[in-house]
Design a protein around this ligand. Structure first.
Ligand code: NDP
Ligand code: HSE
Length: 440
C-alpha cells in the first residue's frame, strides 16, 4: 500500500468544512485517483472550541498553531482556506520554500502579492495551485494556465462576483433600487454583513488581476486594476438600459492591445456596464458567475457555474489537491508561473470604451448642435442619438431627454466630455452615464 499523502488544512470555515466533508465522503475515489490515500495531518483554526456541527473528523486534529503544523515533516500538502494577507502569506511562503505543495483559495493574497508566492514556489520543489480563487467551482484557471497555452488570449470578460450579480439581476427583474436589492441579497444570505468588498468591486478586481496575470503571461496586481463598484447604479440606469434592450452587469474586463506608442499593453478594469440582452453574459442571473474568453485560434469560449459557496469552492480545492498529490507521487511538478511577457498595464484613461449617456436638456433650437459639438471637441464620435419627452415629475415643460451612445474612444476623452456636458446651461442634468460593452 502506498503511503498516504498528508494534508495540513489551514481554516475550517465555510470552505474548509466542506473540504473536510468531501475528503471523508469521497475518500475511496480520491485515493484511487491519486494512487494513495489523502489523510488530514492537522487542521489549523482560530477558535479551537468552536461548534463545528457533525463534521466527520477527529477533534484532536484541530490546532491553533498553523505554522507548527506546516513545519511538520509528515505534511506534504498545505491547503489554505483562511483568507486575508497575513498571516496567510507568511505561512504559504514557509510551506513553499520547504518544498511542500500549496493549494489556496485566497484571491486577496494572490492579487495583492501573488509574485511573492510564485517566487517562493520557484525556490521550493512543490506546486502552487489556486483554482478556487476565481469563480469558485468553475474550472477556469487550469484552462488558462494549461489548455490555452498553445493559443494567444486577446480578451477575458467576466461576471466574477455572485453577490453583485444577484443584486443587479434583482434590480433588472423588479425595478428595485440598489439599497432594496442589497437588503434582499443580505436576507437571502448572498451578501455578507459587510458587503463592501463585493459591492465596491474589490473582490472582482482581485479576480481580474489573477485572470489577467494568467491570460497575458504578466504579473498584474489588484492595484493595477481600475475599479468601480455598483453602489451608484440606480433604478433609472437599469430602466435606461432596458429601454435600449440591455441589462447592467458588473464586468471584469482584461484585454491586450497596442497603445499610442505602439507598445503591447494590457488593460484591466472592473465596472458596471450595459450589455445587450442577447450577449451570452446577459443571461447569467442570480449569484452565478461566467467568464467569456476570446483567443486568436480557439475563438470564443464561455465558462459558467457557481462562483461561491462552501461545496462548489471545495470542489475546486479538492481538484487541485488531487493534482498536486499526484504530482508528488510521480516525483514531478506542474509548470511554474508564466510571466515572461511582462506586459505593462495601460492606464484606464487610455482604455478604449463606449458610453451610454442620458441627458435632461432644454428642448429648443441649437441644443443638439451644442451637445454634439462637445463630443466633437473631445474627438468622440457619436453612434446613435435618441430624443424623447422629459419623463415624469422630474421633467419640466419644455425639456427633453437625449440618449446618446458613442463609438469607442479613450475613456479619458469620454469622461471629459461628460464633465463638460454637466457645465452646459442647456443640460439640466446628466441622468445616467454607463459604459457599454458587447456591441449595440
Ligand atoms: P471563513 O471565514 O468561513 O473561514 C475562515 C477559517 O479560517 C475559519 O475556520 C477560521 O477559524 C480560520 N482562521 C481565521 N483566522 C485564522 C488564524 N489566524 N489562524 C488559523 N485559522 C484561522 O472563510 P471562507 O471559508 O468563506 O473562505 C476561505 C477562503 O476561501 C478565503 O480566502 C476566501 O476568499 C476564499 N473563497 C471563499 C468562497 C466562499 O464562497 N466562501 C468562494 C471562493 C473563495 P475558526 O473556524 O476557528 O473561526
Ligand atoms: N463574495 C464573493 C461573491 C464570493 O459574491 O462572489 C466568491 O469569491
Amino acid at each position: 500500500m502506498t503511503s498516504p499523502v498528508r494534508l495540513a488544512l489551514l481554516g475550517c470555515g465555510t470552505v474548509g468544512a466542506e473540504v473536510v466533508r468531501l475528503l471523508h465522503e469521497q475518500s475511496a475515489d480520491l485515493a484511487a485517483r491519486v494512487g494513495a490515500p489523502l489523510e488530514i495531518a492537522g487542521i489549523a483554526v482560530r477558535r479551537i472550541g468552536r461548534d463545528r456541527g457533525d463534521l466527520p473528523v477527529d477533534p484532536t486534529l484541530f490546532t491553533t498553531d498553523a505554522l507548527g503544523l506546516i513545519k511538520r515533516d509528515d505534511v506534504d500538502v498545505v491547503v489554505e482556506v483562511v483568507g486575508g494577507i497575513e498571516p496567510a502569506r507568511g505561512w504559504l511562503v514557509e510551506a513553499l520554500r520547504a518544498g511542500k505543495s500549496v493549494v489556496t483559495a485566497n484571491k486577496a493574497l494572490l492579487a495583492e502579492d501573488g509574485g511573492t508566492l510564485h517566487d517562493a514556489a520557484a525556490e521550493g520543489s512543490g506546486d502552487l495551485y489556486y483554482e478556487a480563487s476565481v469563480a469558485g467551482a468553475i474550472p477556469l484557471l487550469r484552462p488558462l494556465r494549461e489548455s490555452l497555452h498553445g493559443d494567444r488570449i486577446t480578451r477575458v470578460t467576466g461576471i466574477v462576483n455572485g453577490t453583485t450579480n444577484f443584486i443587479l439581476s434583482a434590480m433588472h427583474a423588479t425595478g428595485a433600487g440598489f439599497a432594496e436589492a442589497l437588503e434582499e441579497a443580505t436576507e437571502l444570505g448572498y451578501a455578507e454583513a459587510d458587503p463592501t468588498a463585493d459591492v465596491e468591486g474589490f473582490d472582482a478586481a482581485a479576480k481580474a488581476a489573477i485572470l489577467a496575470s494568467l491570460a497575458f503571461h504578466s504579473r498584474v496586481a489588484a492595484a493595477d486594476v481600475h475599479r468601480e463598484g455598483i453602489t451608484e447604479v440606480t433604478a433609472a440606469d437599469v430602466a435606461s438600459a432596458k429601454a435600449m434592450g440591455c441589462t447592467i452587469k458588473l464586468l471584469c474586463i482584461a484585454a491586450r492591445g497596442v497603445d499610442g506608442q505602439g507598445r503591447e499593453t494590457v488593460s484591466v478594469r472592473v465596472h458596471p456596464a450595459m450589455i445587450p440582452v442577447t450577449h451570452p453574459l446577459a443571461s447569467v442571473g442570480d449569484a452565478f458567475n461566467a467568464v467569456f474568453v476570446e483567443a486568436e485560434a480557439a475563438g470564443q469560449l464561455m465558462f459558467y457555474g457557481r462562483g461561491a459557496g462552501g461545496a462548489p469552492t471545495a470542489s475546486a480545492v479538492l481538484g487541485d489537491v488531487v493534482a498536486v498529490a499526484r504530482n508528488r507521487l510521480a516525483g514531478v511538478r506542474a509548470a511554474s508561473e508564466s510571466a515572461y511577457a511582462e506586459l505593462p498595464v495601460r492606464p484606464m484613461g487610455e482604455a478604449l470604451t463606449r458610453y451610454h449617456i442620458s441627458l435632461d436638456v432644454a428642448d429648443r433650437p441649437g441644443v443638439l448642435e451644442s451637445v454634439a459639438g462637445m463630443f466633437a471637441r473631445h474627438d468622440v464620435s457619436i453612434a446613435t442619438v435618441r430624443q424623447g419627452p422629459a419623463a415624469g415629475a422630474a421633467g419640466a415643460a419644455g425639456d427633453a431627454v437625449l440618449v446618446i451612445v458613442t463609438h469607442v474612444a479613450p475613456d479619458a476623452a469620454l469622461a471629459a466630455t461628460v464633465q463638460e456636458l454637466r457645465g452646459l446651461d442647456i443640460v439640466r442634468s446628466v441622468a445616467s452615464v454607463l459604459r457599454v460593452e458587447g456591441g449595440l
